[in-house]
Design a protein around this ligand. Structure first.
Ligand SMILES: Nc1ncnc2c1ncn2[C@@H]1O[C@H](COP(=O)(O)OP(=O)(O)OP(=O)(O)O)[C@@H](O)[C@H]1O
Ligand SMILES: [Mg+2]
Length: 409
């Protein structure tokens, strides 16, 4: 395969997927191969069954490679879970002689200085992105190159995850024979897929509601501002239904998807549906409002937890673009309305990513936003020879070969 073909892998608590893609002539993601298989080897973003995870990754990768008609030498994988965190760090360089024009080398030095930040014990950096430059105290500079300065500062955002979780994920994919496996934060990748530069400038939060986790990434002032994971996902709704209505897990999943809504206020109070009683062959009638209330309570909890992180990010007032949902859990009817109410009326919408080639329709579904976003990120990195996410406007405009000198990750 060419250098510009990338292999993106997403290992989740319900499925493993792999997307092999390249950029088409007008810069869109073009699918060369795609496969998704069930995966039960992760809990809350941590691999609990190493063999199962490696097998699921291998199966998804083989399926995608078969369709693409070639083997990818390397692959990268998304990381989810409540252990994900982000932090800012500042880097400063003195420009000599004073008031010389800022050059690329100064920027790299400032970024490297910011990278001397100590990660909390037991965590590992998985991504770093400059988000703002300052010259002699003047803030909000997008592209400092060529500006006369005495002092250049950079604010860099770091995303990190539990070291064990990162290493297990890396090794599950490396076991399939791939080299140079990068682990990248799932919600940030979802944002790369979903959000235009205009949306990142406006400010928006991506909320990926998966099986047993929900990941969030806040983008503001043109780039990544914050990311985190919540220990609750859509499987918790299934589990609540199972316990409270005393049904099997598969019946609870059916009730959630086919009969459920996350907005009890729109349900006809008289509506009754039949559900299968646990351990018995007979059906029993139940009011639809009862199902909706169980679902709504969990969705409200997810919204409240997400909102607490948005507040913690310090960017709540800058999210003019609102919240964009991803993940299979977002498909629940009425969910955007209830999430919005739980997040103090931040406007919430679902979206998907458009790609070219086979599977375009399937890949637009929110379950695949993260893997498509990861492919987009890898393609942008390969194409532009630097580590983008990719919005950071200064980088977009151009100082090319930064990636190697950033020192990876
Ligand atoms: N149509 C639907 N309506 C409601 N929920 C749905 C629908 N389709 C899928 N889901 C739910 O989406 C969840 C799976 O989402 P997704 O595929 O994004 O998870 P994952 O990426 O495997 O897991 P994670 O990211 O948590 O590790 C399941 O709990 C499933 O019940
Ligand atoms: Mg997921």
């Amino acid at each position: 395969m060419t250098n510009h073909t990338v292999c993106a892998v997403d290992l989740g608590s319900t499925k493993a997927s792999c997307l092999i893609a390249k950029l088409d002539h007008d810069g869109k993601v073009e699918v060369k191969g795609f496969a998704a298989v069930p995966c039960g080897a992760l809990r809350r973003g941590l691999i609990i069954d190493e063999e199962g995870a490696a097998k699921a990754a291998a199966k998804a990768i083989e399926g995608a490679e078969e369709e693409a008609g070639g083997i990818s030498p390397s692959a990268s994988v998304t990381l989810t879970g409540p252990h994900i965190m982000s932090m800012d760090s500042r880097g400063i360089v003195t420009i000599t002689p004073t008031m010389r024009r800022v050059a690329e080398a100064d920027i790299l030095e400032a970024i490297n200085h910011s990278r001397k930040v100590m990660m909390p014990a037991g965590t590992e950096e998985i991504l770093h992105l400059p988000r703002e430059f300052r010259i002699d105290g003047q803030r909000g500079i997008a592209d400092p190159i060529g500006m006369p300065a005495a002092r250049l500062e950079v604010v860099t955002v770091f995303a990190a995850g539990d070291t064990g979780a990162v290493q297990l994920l890396e090794s599950a994919v490396a076991k399939t024979g791939k080299s140079g496996v990068k682990v990248l934060p799932s919600a940030v990748m979802a944002g790369v897929g979903l959000l235009s530069q205009e949306m990142m400038d406006l400010g928006a939060v991506v909320i990926d509601i998966g099986g047993d986790v929900t990941d969030i990434a806040v983008f503001a002032d043109g780039g990544l501002a914050y990311t985190a994971g919540l220990p609750v996902g859509s499987a918790h709704i299934t589990s609540d239904i199972r316990q409270l209505l005393k049904v099997t897990i598969s019946e609870a999943e059916r009730i959630k998807i086919d009969l459920g809504t996350a907005d009890a206020s729109v349900v006809d109070p008289e509506a009754v549906v039949d559900i299968l009683q646990d351990g018995a062959d007979k059906v029993r009638p139940i009011k639809k409002t009862v199902i909706a209330e169980i679902i709504e309570a969990r969705v409200r909890e997810i919204g409240q937890l997400a909102h607490a992180h948005i507040q913690q990010s310090g960017f709540e007032g800058k999210l003019t673009g609102g919240a964009v949902l991803a993940g299979g859990g977002s498909l629940l009817e009425g969910l955007p309305e209830t999430m919005s109410a739980a997040m103090q009326q931040i406007k919430v919408r679902r979206d998907g990513v458009s790609v070219r080639g086979p599977h375009a329709r399937r890949l637009k579904a929110p379950q695949y936003t993260a893997v498509v976003g990861l492919a987009r990120h890898l393609l942008d990195s390969a194409e532009k020879e630097y580590q983008p996410v990719s919005s950071f406007s200064a980088l977009k405009r151009g100082f090319g070969a930064l990636k190697s000198r950033f020192g990876g990750s």
